[in-house]
Design a protein. Structure first.
Length: 84
């Protein structure tokens, strides 16, 4: 569902009884995501990330909540889950 300049009506009961959903997304879709990934690959664009253990996840979350995590992305190394 894209942004529209004016509100519009939806048939609520038809949606409810059919189990249908109306959703929106600000990230585009599969085609735009693929285009972005190809652009990043071609231009060597990569995120600033830090690989952490599962035990470090709570501290990393606190850093992000406090604004001290910077713009980096924390990635949990999955094989450290067994250490929990």
């Amino acid at each position: 569902l894209g942004g529209v300049p004016k509100p519009y009506e939806l048939p609520a009961f038809s949606l409810l009884f059919s189990g249908a959903r109306v959703e929106g997304s600000l990230i585009g879709g599969c085609d735009l995501t693929q285009e972005m990934l190809e652009f990043c690959h071609a231009n060597k664009v990569a995120p600033d990330l830090e690989i952490i253990s599962a035990k470090e996840a709570e501290a990393a979350l606190h850093k992000l909540h406090e604004g001290a995590g910077g713009a980096k992305r924390f990635v949990i190394k999955m094989d450290t889950l067994k250490e929990m």
